[in-house]
Design a protein around this ligand. Structure first.
Ligand SMILES: [Zn+2]
Ligand SMILES: [Zn+2]
Length: 201
């Protein structure tokens, strides 16, 4: 019993202070201190225990020992659920092998074409894609979807320079995401953000 309880406590209290062992002695009737007080042996103490309550006691100790593992798993599951429920621009980021930058074909606001070689394409960290003109004149360098700033979109090599890392193997997206921003609504949203540098947001 003492071993099970100690196992359960191990994760939360890496180094048991000396008083903890004394506390365990007091809590566990069959452990050292109580045995010494009662003047009996460990076997006699276990034999005298009622079988039903003894089993329940053992089961409770096992549950207690397993609790840190359950909590850890529950936390893992809830963070997985959060990522599944995130907005579309956030969700794409963890899809394993195919999770590279999505080269979107047009500006989300004005729908101007932004081919992979365009020097006008701007993206936020979630790949929301706008043209340089809209970022400057309409958005004030505040992404309407996440509040972050923008940076020039990197150019994916058109030719195969190394392995399969080129546009022919990983082509630009053809999915147009034209969702024009309402300038007045965006002005309200951006008012508190546009004077804060992106690295401070
Ligand atoms: Zn635009
Ligand atoms: Zn964004």
């Amino acid at each position: 019993m003492n071993a099970i309880l100690t196992l359960g406590e191990r994760d939360r209290v890496p180094r048991s202070p000396p008083w903890r062992q004394s506390a365990l002695d007091l809590l566990l009737p069959e452990s050292g201190l109580m045995l010494r007080v009662q003047g009996t042996t460990r076997c006699a103490c276990l034999a005298s225990r009622d079988p039903v309550s003894g089993s329940v006691y053992a089961a409770m100790l096992l549950v207690f020992a397993a609790m840190p593992l359950w909590v850890e798993r529950a936390l893992g599951r809830s963070s997985h659920r959060r990522s599944a429920g995130s907005p579309q621009c956030v969700r794409k980021s963890l899809q394993g092998d195919d999770a590279m930058l999505e080269l979107r074909p047009t500006c989300e606001h004005c729908n101007q074409a932004l081919p992979p070689s365009s020097l006008e394409a701007r993206i936020c960290s979630f790949e929301c894609t706008f043209c340089a003109d809209c970022v400057e004149r309409v958005l004030g360098n505040v992404c309407p979807n996440c509040g972050g700033g923008f940076a020039p979109r990197p150019i994916r090599p058109a030719r195969r320079w190394k392995d399969e890392a080129f546009l022919g193997r990983y082509p630009a997206s053809t999915t147009v995401r034209h969702r024009a921003v309402d300038p007045q609504r965006h002005a309200l949203f951006a008012a508190a953000l546009r004077d804060i540098a992106p690295e401070q947001r």
